[in-house]
Structures are given as structure tokens and as C-alpha cells.
Design a protein around this ligand. Structure first.
Ligand SMILES: Cc1ncc(C[n+]2csc(CCOP(=O)(O)OP(=O)(O)O)c2C)c(N)n1
Ligand SMILES: [Mg+2]
Length: 368
């Protein structure tokens, strides 16, 4: 059986030793673990809420990809930008978006950061510089590149982390963004979360090369491929890339080879995958791998995990109660802050127009 993404060698059972600089500090290792667990607990709860019909739309869980989600964003400052895709709802956890606002977003409530305008997974948060994801995949990369250009022009030291899936690498915008960032040495890290599939399309049909990271060569930026289920490896590679970006050294392309444990979305049973492949990757669950790594140094215990899970669940209960008890976004306000006032008026007029009516010169409606 061909296993999607099994191209990182035999790195599976142990989280890497952070080869590029020795073992990481114990507090940092425990933070990496705790954030991964929080992302998992939050997304599993969201999946349950979806199945219960408690919010509408759809959801794209990154369950199984937590090492990449956490390792790629832990070191960001509030002023740094994250340009997320549909699968990066948990970037909000990493950046610190209040959980009640994230759930208000999920539920399409007026209290959401964009007042309920975007679909459930597409949660941005301007105060912490998280771009609201677009439905058009890879669109966030050109926006992120523009923000990196602004940062450089304003002589700021802020960086941008632009996240995308491997499927997004087939879009022109992906290449244009990296090329532009390469030419102008922009402070941006392009993280490709190679989870083996774009909806049902395997990565092998997305490209004829083994590693997406080699594409960086064409644009004159460093390209690195890491085991995306190894949070220490992702974090270590990312730290180097962030340092380079902050100190004026320009962009990096980081490919994280990982796997989504569920379907593309909550309405995809993922029957196109061999069950043995899923089992193979379940055995490489990034959270269990980190537990095995921490335990021999007494940095992890079942009890600590239970305490953390209890705390996260309490926080979740409050956030969900807030969302469920807060008013829905209003349809007639959907265009506010989207277009200029005059365009909004025109749109409303267009929507209420019907073929039986025609506006006469005095502005009144005549019936034909
Ligand atoms: C330009 C564009 N083409 C197609 C789609 C439909 N679509 C949404 S997500 C997705 C798969 C994206 O795959 P990948 O980039 O690997 O991200 P993943 O879902 O695996 O995280 C597709 C094809 C879209 N939203 N935008
Ligand atoms: Mg993918």
C-alpha cells in the first residue's frame, strides 16, 4: 500500500530532538504540548456541535495537524500577522483571540469579529492581526505578502506567517506571492501544510516532485521540509525562519508533512482513503508522540493531561454558552462595512427589484 506523505523517513515514533540546537527548554516543550491539546479539545468539541446541528455551515478540522498548527505560530508576537486558510481556525487560539468571540463566529453571531459575515471556519481577528480567510484558496497568500511588503516599507520588524495546504501550490497566486517575496526579500514564511490531500485529490497528483519545498529554489528563497507531526521539528525550523525574516534575511518556504485524521470537512467521510493509511497516521498522532517524548523526563503525566483537558472544557463551556445566548447576525446588515454606502444602497435596490417594476423618472414604481 502506498502511504500518502510517508516521505520523511523513519521519524515517526519519536518527536525529534530539535537537532538544530539541542533540547528545547522544559517550559517551552510543555507549552507546545498544552497548545496542541487545546487545539484538539476545541476542534473535537466543534465537530460534536456540528453533528448536533448547533451551528450551520461546515467545518474544516485540523485534527492530526496540531504539531504544524502550533509549531508554526507559537513564537508570533501580537503585531505579527497570520494569513490562514480554511483549515486554520485554531490559529486564533495560538494568537489569543478570545474563545467566546471564536465561538460567536462559528455560530454566525453579531458578536463575531466580522459580525457573522464569513463562514464558520473563516475566523479572523484584526486586533491580533489574523486575516479573515477567504473561500478562494491561496488568496490569503497574496494579502499576507502585501502585509509583509508594508512591514518592510514601514521599517517594522513584524513578520507574516502565511499558511496554506499543498493543494494551494497549484494556484498561480501561490507562485506569484513567493516570487514577489523572494525578489523583495520580504519578512514572510510560507508554510505548506502537506496533509496528503486536497479534498479527495492526493498530493501525488498535485505535483511531480516529492517535496513541495524544492519549489522554493525557483524563487530564490530557502525551502525546508520537516515532519509536520513533530512539533519540536516544526517549531525549531520555524524559529530559524522567523529569525531570518525579522532580521531582514527574507522569506522562507517551510513544508510540513502531516495528515488530517478526518475528512476534508464535516460532510466528507473520506472514503477515497485506504483505512490502513489512516491507521498508519493515527499511530503517528502528534499529541501521543509528544507525550512519549516528554514522559521520560517527567514533563508529562496522565494527571496533567486530565487537568488541562478539564480547564479547556470549562473554558469551552463558557464560550459556547456566550455564543448560543448572543443575537444572530442580521441579514440586512450583511453589506455594512463591505462596500461603500452608495454601493450598499445599489445592492439593496437590486435585490428588491423585480421584472414587473420599472422605475419612472419621478422615482416611483410603475406596474407594467
Ligand atoms: C480557487 C479555489 N479552487 C477550489 C476551491 C475548492 N476547495 C476548497 S478547499 C480545497 C482543497 C484545498 O486543499 P489544500 O490546499 O491541500 O488544503 P487542505 O484542505 O488539505 O487543508 C478546494 C479544492 C476553492 N475554495 N478555491
Ligand atoms: Mg491538503
Amino acid at each position: 500500500m502506498a502511504i500518502a506523505n510517508d516521505t520523511v523517513g523513519n521519524v515517526t515514533q519519536k518527536v525529534s530532538d530539535g537537532q538544530r540546537g539541542g533540547k528545547l527548554d522544559a517550559t517551552l516543550l510543555r507549552r507546545l504540548y498544552a497548545y496542541m491539546l487545546k487545539c484538539r479539545v476545541v476542534e473535537e468539541r466543534i465537530r460534536t456541535l456540528f453533528k448536533q446541528g448547533r451551528f450551520k455551515g461546515n467545518y474544516y478540522a485540523a485534527v492530526g495537524q496540531e504539531a504544524t498548527e502550533v509549531g508554526a505560530t507559537l513564537d508570533l508576537l501580537p503585531e505579527d500577522t497570520v494569513a490562514p486558510s480554511h483549515r486554520n481556525f485554531v490559529s486564533n487560539i495560538m494568537k489569543g483571540t478570545p474563545l467566546p468571540l471564536m465561538f460567536a463566529h462559528l455560530y454566525g453571531r453579531k458578536a463575531s469579529p466580522d459580525q457573522g459575515r464569513s463562514s464558520p471556519s473563516h475566523c479572523g481577528y484584526a486586533p491580533l492581526n489574523i486575516i479573515t480567510p477567504a473561500s478562494t484558496i491561496a488568496a490569503q497568500l497574496s494579502i499576507g505578502t502585501g502585509i509583509a511588503l508594508a512591514s518592510k516599507m514601514q521599517r517594522k520588524q513584524n513578520v507574516v506567517v502565511a499558511l496554506s495546504g499543498e493543494g494551494s501550490t497549484s494556484l498561480g497566486t501561490w507562485h506569484e506571492s513567493i516570487n514577489f517575496a523572494g525578489v523583495l526579500k520580504l519578512p514572510i514564511i510560507f508554510v505548506v501544510e502537506n496533509n496528503g490531500y486536497a479534498e479527495s485529490l492526493p498530493a501525488s497528483m498535485q505535483t511531480a516532485v516529492e517535496d513541495f519545498s524544492v519549489k522554493a529554489q525557483a524563487y530564490g528563497v530557502p525551502g525546508v521540509a520537516v515532519d509536520g507531526n513533530d512539533v519540536v521539528a516544526v517549531y525549531t525550523a520555524m524559529r530559524e525562519a522567523i529569525d531570518r525574516a525579522r532580521s531582514g534575511g527574507g522569506a522562507t518556504l517551510l513544508e510540513c508533512k502531516t495528515y488530517r485524521l478526518y475528512g476534508h470537512s464535516e460532510i466528507d467521510a473520506a472514503k477515497y482513503r485506504d483505512p490502513a493509511e489512516v491507521e498508519y497516521w493515527k499511530a503517528r498522532d502528534p499529541i501521543s508522540a509528544m507525550e512519549r517524548y516528554l514522559k521520560p523526563d517527567n514533563l508529562w503525566s496522565e494527571q496533567w493531561k486530565e487537568e488541562l483537558t478539564g480547564d479547556f472544557n470549562r473554558e469551552l463551556d463558557e464560550a459556547i454558552a456566550f455564543a448560543e445566548n448572543s443575537p444572530s447576525a442580521r441579514g440586512d446588515e450583511a453589506l455594512d462595512h463591505v462596500y461603500s454606502f452608495s454601493i450598499r444602497e445599489r445592492e439593496l435596490e437590486r435585490k428588491t427589484w423585480s421584472p414587473q417594476f420599472e422605475r419612472s423618472s419621478d422615482g416611483s414604481h410603475d406596474l407594467h
